[in-house]
Write a protein that binds this ligand. Structure first.
Ligand SMILES: [Zn+2]
Length: 58
């Protein structure tokens, strides 16, 4: 049984056990396909940490 999640930076579907890196942001854990995606996320977590907000406004 695998747990598949989306890399928020590149949009790739990855399994948590295959993730190259992970990062907690505002109480959620995000997983990344590569160190490069992790570095991109860490540099700008607010850009990538809220994918659901792309389709809605406050
Ligand atoms: Zn990625």
């Amino acid at each position: 049984m695998s747990d598949t999640v989306m890399d928020p930076v590149c949009g790739m579907q990855i399994r948590t056990q295959d993730a190259a890196a992970s990062e907690e942001h505002e109480g959620r854990t995000f997983y990344f396909c590569s160190k490069a995606c992790h570095d991109t996320f860490v540099a700008n977590p607010h850009r990538y940490g809220h994918p659901a907000e792309e389709h809605g406004h406050h």
